[in-house]
Design a protein around this ligand. Sequence first.
Ligand SMILES: C[S@@+](CC[C@H](N)C(=O)[O-])C[C@H]1O[C@@H](n2cnc3c(N)ncnc32)[C@H](O)[C@@H]1O
Length: 221
Amino acid sequence: MTTLIDRARIIESQGIFIGGSARIFDIPGRKILMTLLDSGLFPNSKVLDVGCGCLRGGYWLIHFLEKDCYFGIEPDSEMLHAGVSILMEPEEIERKKPRFNFNHDFDFTVFGQTFDFIVARSIWTHACKKQISTMLVGISQTASDGGVFLTSYIKASILRPDYKGTRWVGRSHTSDEVGVVAHSFGWIQKECEKHGLEVQEILDEALNFGNQTWLKITRQQ
Ligand SMILES: C[S@@+](CC[C@H](N)C(=O)[O-])C[C@H]1O[C@@H](n2cnc3c(N)ncnc32)[C@H](O)[C@@H]1O
């Protein structure tokens, strides 16, 4: 039987981006599931995985969730197809019936569905401020009552200044360029307020990974 890391290496050997290092491929995915569980995930929660890539987190979420509960958006169709056909077991895809969409507009309404959890791992670490604002609109439109948005980010500092550029930085369906960006927590807080949302950092070391910190965004009380 192949391990998850073996399967990630097969995808990588085909020249397809797997979201990070194959050697530790399973860790960010496990932490995505752990972070959602820590925030109240149930097997029947409806989950949207934004920029789901080759299902590094989706693998764990699809296994945990019931049928018809997992939704993924990923504009890099080659990456997503590799995840579905190489990372996932065919019988698990058949059983759980995950749904996917390839839009690159951060349009969360495409499934005609509200979500208990929206997760974006290693997305705000590449997105520009306009794209983050668009995602916040998407959350207001599609988060269920009590819905939770979990996103990882790199906090701006003297060493990593607040990103003011206007485009995505890093690998994507249109670029092979490597790179990450940082955002100011203060700016994120203000932007959330504009959309009727509130944000808090999750500082639990068991859930965070690498230089990224989880943010938990919910509707203002
Ligand atoms: C660093 S990878 C992270 C993938 C996945 N979330 C994970 O943790 O493995 C960033 C992902 O964002 C996707 N992406 C790039 N532009 C996007 C867009 N406009 N909308 C949605 N996803 C996008 C990339 O194709 C890539 O799969």
